[in-house]
Design a protein around this ligand. Sequence first.
Ligand code: PLP
Length: 396
Amino acid sequence: MPVAARMRQAMEAGSWIRQMFELGIQLKRQHGEQNVFDLSLGNPILEPPAAFRAELKRLAEDPATGTHRYMPNAGYPETRQVIAAKLAKELRLPFTGQHVVMTCGAGGAINVVFKALLDPGDEVLVLAPYFPEYLGYADNHGGVARVVPFTEGFQPDLDALRKAITPRTKVLMVNSPNNPSGMVYSEECLRGIAGVLAGAETRFGHSVYLVSDEPYANLVYDGMALPRPLLHHQASILVTSYSKDLSLAGERIGYLAVHPSCPDVQELVDACTYANRVLGFVNAPALMQRVVRTLQEQRVDVAWYQRQRDRLYEGLRATGYMLHKPEGAFYAFPKSPIPDDVAFMKELLEERVIVTPGVGFGAPGYFRISYSVEERVLDGALEGFARVAKQHKLIP
Ligand code: PLP
C-alpha cells in the first residue's frame, strides 16, 4: 500500500474526471480523432502572439552570463517592478515590486498563498460553481474547503456566504471571469462580498483574506470593463498567470500581488516568498520571467474567442438549450435538459461530444463546455447537441 490514504481518497473522488478522459481516448480510437468533438479541456488553443516568439529569440541570443542561475525566490526585481507598475495603473493602487511574487502559474500562486496563510483546520470558502482544483489546493495546506452556493446568473448567494463564515474562515476564493460559468461578478456583487467580509472581520477580530484568482481577466467580451475585487477589500491578494491571455499554460508563469494596504503586507509577502521556496518551486521559470517583462500589453486574439462564444451561444439557443451568455474566459455552462448532468453527459457521448458534468464544479444539473477548440470541433459538437436536443424535444 504505497500511497497515502488521504491521497487514495482524493484520487477516488476525482476518478470521474479520469473516467471521462479515458472514455474520450476510447471514442477517438473507435471513431477517429476528427469524428470526436471534445469540449472538455480548458487548454488555450491559440498560439502565443508573434511578439512572444520574437522576444524568446532575442533572449536566446543574449550573450549575458548568469541568466540561467537561481535568483531571489520572489523573482527578478525588474519583472516584479514592471508588473507592479502595470497593476498600479490599472487598479490605481500604490503597488511596488515589493508587493509582487513571481510564481509557477496561478495554480502555483494559490498554493503559495494557502501555504502562507493557512493553519491546520482553517477554512477556505469557495463560491460555486468553482474551479475544482481549489479543493485539492486547500487540502494540500491543511485547509478545509467549504462551498457556498450560487444564485441567478451564477452570482454568489450572499446570505449563504454570510452564514458560511465562521471564526475559522481565513480565505475566500473569488474567480471572475469564472471557470466554469464564463460569468463575471458584478460590481454590486463584489461590494456585497466585501461587506460580508468586513462584517466578519469586525465580529472575529482578524482578517478574512480575499484571494482573487484572475487568469481570465484579459479575456472579457463586448468591451466590458471588468469589476476588480481588490478595489473592494484591503486584505486581498491577486493571483494570476499568462496561461490564458498569452497562451503560455505549459510554461508555468504567473504571479501573486498583495494589496498594498493589506494588514501586515510585508510579512505576508515574505511568507509567500518563503512558501515559493519550500514548496520546491524555488522561483518561477527564469526565462519566462524575462520574456513576460516586455509583453505586458500583448494578448492572444481575444476577438477570436468572442466569435467562438457567439457561435456556440447562438447554436445552443437555437436548439433550445438554456444558458447565460458567457461574458469572459472560454467556457459556457448550460443547464442540463435532465436533472442528472452525468447521465446527460453520457447521452452526448453517444453523439461523440465530450463535455464535463457540472457536479465536478459544485453545480449539478449543469455542464461545462470549453470553446477553446478548433472551429470544426465546435461545428461538429453543435450538430451533436442539436440531435440530442431533438430527442429531448427542447423546441417544438
Ligand atoms: N484558476 C482557474 C480559475 C483556472 O481555470 C486555472 C486553469 O485552468 C487556473 C487557476 C490555473 O492556471 P495556471 O496555473 O495555468 O495559471
